[in-house]
Ligand binder design. Structure first.
Ligand SMILES: C[S@@+](CC[C@H](N)C(=O)[O-])C[C@H]1O[C@@H](n2cnc3c(N)ncnc32)[C@H](O)[C@@H]1O
Length: 269
């Protein structure tokens, strides 16, 4: 079976190491990511029913609530386990963001909530966004997520091990090169917010905006969950959600979010 030229570490990570169907439910920062992604997408989605192509949709965690909201979702992902899991939620097929089977202008919304951060080569990200732009109808919505360039700096403080020699090397390397290719995760690319916006604009999308998904307080919530104690209270999580909303007008705070979500539109003419 073709692996779409995907890095073996990506297939291994999602096929064997983690169960992606649980990622956004099992940790406090995962739940923050899910709640804020929903909140932001619902702000821009056309009214249901509308068609959504969920590229790199994983096990279908976002497809599930979108179907619940009345959208006709089709999911594409290169990992067989994901396609099998997502098939219980919506039509799902094996595929790659860089070479979509969907026809030109055939979807109201195309979302890529994952593929860009597994494509470290800028030409691959450019190709994935060009495909999204080809497949979305004029005036339609493209939403693309990225992992923030600085996310690992904050994350490894929450595990209270950033000061160890073992961690400083790999995290410094991500900060310096924007690429991770080692243990514990897959081959991954870490975006700066302005770079993500430029990539969407360069693909011909207009009205581009970038949001911090979890906001500047996500790592406080994660630290409370990781360190001994009773874990984050509902009030702390509600405060972090509020901080994410209050931070939206201040682009300098984008650097502190774990994920970024870019929104763009296909030109009408
Ligand atoms: C962190 S998961 C995100 C899954 C889901 N979209 C979500 O937000 O919960 C990243 C997803 O991107 C997919 N992916 C990686 N490289 C891809 C590519 N070249 N084309 C399409 N999907 C890809 C992976 O298989 C995985 O399902």
């Amino acid at each position: 079976m073709s692996n779409f030229g995907l890095a073996p570490s990506v297939l291994r990570f999602y096929g064997e190491t983690v169960d992606e169907s649980r990622r956004l439910h099992r940790s406090a920062d995962g739940r923050l990511e899910l709640a804020r992604t929903k909140e932001l997408l619902r702000r821009f989605l056309p009214p249901a029913p509308a068609t959504v192509l969920d590229v790199g949709g994983g096990a279908g965690v976002h497809a599930e609530w979108l179907v619940g909201d009345g959208y006709a979702v089709t999911l594409v992902d290169p990992v067989p386990r994901h396609v099998q899991q997502a098939s219980a939620i919506c039509p799902a097929a094996l595929g790659d963001a860089r070479d979509l089977e969907a026809a030109d202008r055939s979807f109201d919304v195309v979302q890529l909530l994952g593929p860009l951060y597994h494509l470290p080569d800028p030409a691959d990200r450019c190709q994935a966004l060009a495909e999204a732009r080809r497949v979305v109808r004029p005036g339609g919505l493209v939403a693309a997520a990225a992992i923030n360039r600085y996310a690992s700096l904050f994350e490894h403080v929450t595990y209270a091990h950033l000061h160890t020699d073992r961690m400083q090397g790999p995290v410094s390397k991500i900060l310096r090169t924007a690429v991770h290719d080692g243990e514990h995760f897959t081959l991954a690319y870490f975006h700066r917010a302005e770079e993500l916006a430029d990539e969407l604009r360069n693909s011909g999308l207009t009205d581009v905006q970038v949001f911090g998904v979890e906001g500047p307080a996500w790592s406080l919530v994660k630290a409370v969950e990781q360190q001994p104690g009773d874990g984050p209270t509902d009030e702390l999580i509600a405060s972090a959600m509020t901080a994410a909303r209050m931070a939206e007008p201040y682009p300098e705070l984008l650097a502190a979010s774990s994920h970024l979500l870019a929104i763009g539109r296909a030109p009408v003419a």
